[in-house]
Write a protein that binds this ligand. Structure first.
Ligand SMILES: [Fe+2]
Length: 202
């Protein structure tokens, strides 16, 4: 049975925490703070500023991670090789689309409570907690293993952020993140099963 082996190049930070354990603030150096928003973008809400900031700071790393995992999953969709090409090419494409479609609802939740989100891919890169993958070639089994680890990490982050939203009375964000948690666990489930099959094949 295959289990995902740790990806050497990845050092996941849990829940978007910085290296010093502090929350990954959306005020990445050189980029706009994502809370408080400029006056023109400060959408009124009945949440307190502290509650809105806590949710904004919890969700923005998830948005950055979604951009990063979308790019990684598409990268593997494009640069796949081997006898299982069709199966994995299609699986990665389906998962990438699902990840991409999670970005807009998460950003718009932040905007509804008066926060702001990433302005660019470089801004996202400052907030993401999964690592990009720039290897020249990755074998199909290793692709599956890496995506499995990343999706598990994102599921863990989604669960934590959902709890933060719930604790701060942002029930709509908590519910949305729970939906995406289910999808992340579904992606991890498929990848886990594919990993077992692929080891039997190779
Ligand atoms: Fe394609």
């Amino acid at each position: 049975m295959a289990t995902a082996t740790p990806q050497k190049s990845v050092t996941h930070q849990s829940n978007g925490a910085g290296a010093d354990g502090s929350p990954a603030q959306s005020s990445a150096r050189g980029f706009p703070k994502t809370y408080p928003a400029p006056t023109q973008l400060a959408t009124p809400t009945d949440l307190t500023p502290e509650q809105a900031q806590a949710v904004t700071d919890a969700v923005n790393p998830l948005i950055a991670d979604a951009f990063a995992l979308y790019a990684k999953t598409k990268n593997f969709h494009w640069h796949l090789s081997g006898p299982r090409f069709r199966e994995l090419h299609l699986l990665f494409d389906k998962q990438a689309t699902q990840i991409l479609e999670s970005i807009d609802p998460m950003v718009e939740r932040i905007r509804k409570i008066g926060g702001t989100s990433v302005r660019s891919l470089t801004h996202a890169s400052k907030l993401q907690t999964i690592h990009d993958d720039n290897d020249e070639f990755v074998g199909p089994q290793e692709m599956v293993n890496r995506l499995l680890l990343d999706n598990r990490h994102i599921a863990q982050s989604l669960r934590a952020a959902s709890e933060t939203a719930d604790e701060n009375k942002d029930l709509a964000t908590a519910n949305l993140l729970e939906e995406f948690l289910d999808l992340a666990e579904r992606r991890a489930w498929f990848l886990y099963e594919v990993a077992q099959t692929s080891e039997a094949v190779h």
